[in-house]
Design a protein around this ligand. Structure first.
Ligand code: G3P
Length: 222
């Protein structure tokens, strides 16, 4: 049994950059220590190095490009992400969609560098397709619920159940996360009971006055 993962995507929220990213990572590290639950953060690229240096929790990039070192102005080089201390990376987030070929190249680059891979998907069919690329995690996030304050666990548990089933139909070594509107211990418990290994979330923690209090609530039923 893989230990559950709570992965906080700081996106490009004002409340999730610089000193504020540090504040959220402090809360994540404290609650991870208290609870024994793995809590990771995916900050903006500029905050990867400071967070990976100051904290022991896993730090993830929000995106990588499937390129090798060379002349690729403006791209995100997987080697640079690894050198910045990242443990893993999101790939194909709803707000940073890629083609299937780009996703494959990004997963291959991450594997070459032993970066953990979390490939985001928007429905059951794309979850099955992503699983075929053998990432560490497929993260199913219905786009219409992202940032809505309405939890996927409560509004659309069926998409979670069917995504787990679809991923299992392709590979048994790919774990599933779910996300969109996750905000309480109940949301996390429902997601785990449906066969996922954790949650990917953003606004409920990043925009909270007290991120540690929200994180304690999120892990309260584990
Ligand atoms: O990557 C997590 C995200 O897309 C979900 O966002 O704000 O609904 O938790 P949120």
């Amino acid at each position: 049994m893989v230990s559950p993962l709570i992965l906080i995507n700081l996106k490009t929220y004002q409340e999730g950059i610089g000193g504020s990213a540090h504040r959220i990572a402090t809360a994540a590290e404290n609650v991870a220590k208290e609870s024994g639950v793995t809590i990771g953060v995916a900050p903006s690229f500029m905050d990867l190095r400071p967070l990976s240096t100051h904290f022991s929790i896993p730090v993830y990039a929000q995106h990588i490009d499937g390129i090798t070192p060379g002349a690729h102005t403006g791209y995100i080089l997987p080697e640079a992400v690894k050198l910045a201390g990242a443990h893993g990376t999101l790939i194909n987030h709803s707000e940073r969609r890629l083609t299937l070929a780009d996703i494959e190249a990004a997963v291959a680059a991450a594997k070459r560098l032993q970066l953990e891979t979390v490939v985001c998907t928007n429905n059951v069919a794309t979850s099955a397709a992503a699983a075929a690329l053998a990432p560490d995690y497929v993260a199913i996030e219905p786009p219409e619920l992202i940032g809505s304050g309405v939890s996927v666990s409560k509004a659309d548990p069926e998409i979670i159940r069917r995504s787990v089933e679809a991923v299992r139909g392709v590979r048994d070594d790919v774990q599933v996360l779910t996300g969109a509107g996750i905000q309480s211990g109940d949301c996390v418990k429902i997601a785990l009971d449906l066969g996922t290994q954790g949650v990917l979330l953003a606004s409920s923690v990043v925009k909270a006055d007290d991120p540690a209090a929200v994180l304690r609530e999120l892990v309260s039923l584990l």
